[in-house]
Design a protein around this ligand. Sequence first.
Ligand code: MRU
Length: 336
Amino acid sequence: MAAVRALGFDRGRLWAIDQRALPDRLIIRRFARVREVADAIRSMAIRGAPSIGVAGAYGMALASREGRWTVAAARRLLLATRPTAVDLAVGVDRVARAWRDGDDPLSAADAYRAEIVDACRRIGRHGAPLLRRVERVLTHCNAGALATVEWGTALAPIRLAHTERPELFVWVDETRPLLQGARLTAWELARERIPHAVIADNAAGYFMRRGEVDAVIVGADRIARNGDTANKIGTYEKAVVARENGVPFYVAAPWSTFDARRATGDAIPVEERSPEELLRWGTRRAAPRSSSARNPAFDITPGHLVTAFVTPDGVYRPRDLARALARRERRPQKSG
Ligand code: MRU
């Protein structure tokens, strides 16, 4: 089966798989205006840090063609959609710069997309050897092609390792409340016949304690200089339980997800979404009408709980991360 491609640009419009409809229906939506792109990101039709960065880049390119947006207004609109993933600002700002400098915004967005796809391919190459002796790997949320345009971050090493060892098995956390694991990660793995099982979010500890998880690998939405990592709510708990059980915990991300300006995770803005996402169970209510709820979309995993970061340029221990980021600051390179 052909590899998944989450979004692209064709005949003057951004197209994207509507991730809200999966796994039941594969719907492609097309966007001709920046406001439509902003709505798609806000409603999570397009989601996952690198994917919203690329969508944001194309949103800016569309705004530049609409003729009624300033660079600043289009940028503000897009950045107001979701606060946690720094990739969004990286993609938007790449095209904002081109637009301000009189370069072609669409070419800048195309180049950004290509960088992200290439970065994920390289993450796969560097991450696959970490899974060489792993029989069962656990992942949380969706850090696959849907979240990154192609390949994935956490799923890229898994995809590559699977081609060498088809028996590699993946535990898929369901990822309440929007079920990115059960709906999206399982959909990607099923298409490629990668053996997997969906588990309730709160079952991960059970399987780790039984010795049925050999490694955990997740993506990220923003990583501070000290390695503190914002990722889907529930990631922190997985990291704590992994440490308790001696299971390695890897975070895979392109450079666009690292935010060297934030010293620690305390400075990372965490999106809190509508309580309704939690209070509904499909079409039914999951709690009494009078109940309230809190719905943080992300949590922060302290850097010291991360065994290693898998990047497009290699694998870094948390203690080496700040130096690697400083090196990149001195010699600015591609964001992917
Ligand atoms: O709220 P979402 O579904 O956009 O959250 C996505 C995640 O938390 C992913 O793990 C993260 O963006 C990494 S994607 C490669």
